[in-house]
Design a binder for this molecule. Structure first.
Ligand code: UGB
Length: 598
């Protein structure tokens, strides 16, 4: 009351809402009028932001929080009444006719797709200080994740336009969801690198806001421990992407421009674009409104399980059950051992890799009803079994893969399973945690993330007829990994298996200690015997044929200790660095036909 003169009429309304929802503690310590007035105004500016960035405002946030906290205290979970079973999806095998056909169909559709990267998370599990999209996807070329994603989208755009003989949409739109933790550094990375070749108008950054923290079961908002005139806030989760897209107006503008698909993906999966063409082909062929990409999942692996849930009342849905909920759900529904591997050595529930393909028309229809708000959850860490107080403040969260929960039973919701070696290698765990992962389960670390790129490229080349030597096993940062030849190529060289097959021919072999980097679009590898390092770059109008026997001292991989602070953090977290001893490097910068056959 005494400070009311500091507030605008709207802020007075907000103050009333706070008092009516049991938040008077926020003002109890306020100083006399005239003291800390600027801080008090800043407090209400923050309250205004928190109110306007949440669908339904703060009153709605507090109401939902009270309900979810009561459910959590009572031990009710969102799957009460549902029985889990293993759903059926499209299972693809890399390189067979079915896969090749889906890839072809996917490339034809790609020019009608918009891409959305959720990159608001800081990756606390990885313990890396920078933004994750700036990390090298692999250190042979040093290309960062964001550059690889953009180059992949551009390559898809070109390939799709060519295949549809120019009947393509405008340029593929690319949205990046950022947060206060990642926004300025993401923008800086793009600007410092001329958007990695994409037109800046193709790229749009949407920043998610954090939400208020909650101190107790009555949903009393938490004050910032460092400033008594601020509410403590934390990230709300990747589910924010739907409401942000909806309120941005982008969806309708894409629809008007003839786009048909929206593809969502996460910050550090370096293999993802190996799976996009075929998965998009599946969406188009099956006319899926929602298509989630999945890989075989090891029991207890920290990825969600795709599950069919059937309610006692007959309702049924195919949805992600998050990794921390799958085991309790199974135990509660008669599976005494919980989340365990079956006779295949994998969990019977496919692992959700959170790559979603949504059909734009039905997506807009649904968001028009929901405004993009996604079913939330709360995960308080209680002090004791009485569940009356929390160890630290909590908040509501939401996940983008929960989008199908509100869809009507008529919606076509499917999923596509691909081999993990081809499609999934996230960088999430720090070296210490990765080294503790049970034997046989994937590490999901910077070490395994990079080695997975070489493995996938080697296996793809093998399937295309190249004799790629077997890997050796080495230990980096306490993790045992297969080391294959370090093979990397730009997406414009090959996006699909059909592209790879066109680009390699004759009898080729690559030794295990070799490195091969192909950056040019029209580089053809024929009758090549490689034992060493080979790096080829070429402009689009240079057609280069590489073959013969190439041998040199090559590049070696040397161990780095993750505790050695003299080494850059992005190398320390992978536990190795590449030692460039000798290579054959050629750059073709003039148009024409060239041959390199030593
Ligand atoms: N992210 C945001 O953009 N904003 C946020 O507020 C939070 C995250 P994590 P998580 O595929 O490997 C997910 O933390 O949440 C971005 C799925 O829920 O890496 O542990 C963030 O930048 C799970 O089902 O993942 O688990 C990143 O790009 C499983 O599929 C993305 O959201 C798992 O990913 C994911 O954030 C997986």
């Amino acid at each position: 009351q005494k400070n009311i003169h500091l507030l605008s009429p709207q802020q007075i309304e907000l103050a009333k809402i706070l008092l009516e929802t049991g938040q008077s503690h926020l003002f109890q310590h306020w100083a006399e009028p005239g003291v800390d007035d600027e801080e008090k105004k800043a407090f209400f500016e923050q309250v205004t932001r928190l109110n306007s960035s949440y669908p339904g405002g703060l009153a709605s946030y507090i109401k939902t929080a009270k309900e979810l906290l009561a459910d959590s205290k009572a031990g009710r979970n969102p799957f009460d009444g549902f029985t889990p079973s293993v759903p059926k999806g499209e299972v693809l095998t890399f390189g067979d006719d079915n896969f090749i056909n889906f890839e072809d169909a996917g490339i034809r559709e790609a020019h009608k797709a918009a891409f959305v990267l959720v990159a608001g998370g800081l990756g606390e599990r990885l313990g890396y200080n920078g933004i994750k999209v700036a990390l090298p996807r692999e250190t042979t070329t040093g290309t960062c994740f964001l550059q690889h994603y953009i180059e992949s989208i551009l390559a898809l755009q070109d390939a799709s336009c060519k295949l549809t003989q120019g009947k393509c949409q405008a340029k593929i739109p690319f949205v990046i969801m950022t947060s206060d933790d990642t926004h300025s550094r993401t923008l800086q990375l793009l600007e410092a690198n001329s958007y990695f070749g994409m037109e800046p108008t193709q790229v749009k950054l949407l920043k998610q806001e954090k939400v208020a923290c909650l101190n107790d079961n009555d949903a009393r908002l938490a004050l910032d421990p460092h400033n008594k005139y601020r509410i403590q806030t934390k990230p709300h989760g990747h589910g924010d992407v739907h409401s942000l897209l909806y309120s941005s107006g982008l969806l309708n503008s894409w629809h008007d421009a003839g786009f048909r698909w929206v593809l969502f993906f996460q910050d550090t999966n370096g293999l993802l674009f190996n799976a996009i063409p075929a998965a998009l082909g599946v969406s188009a062929a099956k006319q899926y409104h929602v298509n989630s990409l999945a890989v075989p999942r090891k029991a207890k692996e920290a990825i969600g399980g795709i599950t069919r849930l059937t309610h006692a009342d007959g309702r049924t849905m195919v949805i992600n059950v998050e990794y921390n909920q799958l085991d309790p759900l199974l135990r509660a529904t008669g599976h005494a051992d919980g989340d365990v591997n079956c006779e295949t050595g994998y969990s019977p529930f496919p692992g959700n890799i959170n790559q979603l393909i949504l059909e734009l028309g039905p997506y807009i229809e649904e968001l028009t009803k929901t405004g993009g708000s996604i079913k939330e959850f709360v995960n308080p860490k209680y002090k004791d079994a009485s569940k009356t107080s929390f160890k630290s403040s909590t908040r509501l969260e939401c996940m983008m893969q929960d989008y199908p929960q509100t869809l009507p039973p008529t919606a076509r919701v499917g999923f596509t399973v691909m081999d993990a070696w081809l499609a999934y290698a996230p960088v999430k765990n720090n070296p210490e945690d990765a080294a503790k992962v049970p034997k046989g389960n994937p590490y999901h670390s910077a070490t395994s993330g990079e080695m997975a790129i070489y493995r996938a490229n080697s296996l793809i080349l093998r399937k295309a007829g190249v004799k790629v030597a077997d890997p050796v096993v080495q230990v980096f940062n306490g993790q045992e990994v297969e080391v294959w030849p370090c093979i990397a190529w730009k997406p414009k060289w090959a996006l699909t298996f059909a592209n790879v097959k066109k680009k390699v021919g004759g009898s080729c072999c690559i030794s295990q200690r070799s490195t091969m980097v192909i950056k040019g679009r029209n580089v053809f590898v024929e009758d090549l015997s490689l034992d060493g390092a080979l790096l080829i770059d070429a402009i689009d109008h240079a057609e280069v044929r590489i073959g013969g026997s190439i041998q040199n001292k090559g590049w070696t991989i040397e161990n780095v200790d993750y505790k050695d602070t003299s080494v850059p953090e992005e190398l320390r977290i992978r536990g190795f660095r590449i030692n460039k001893i000798e290579q054959l490097e050629k750059n073709y910068s003039e148009p024409g036909k060239f041959s390199l056959k030593p």
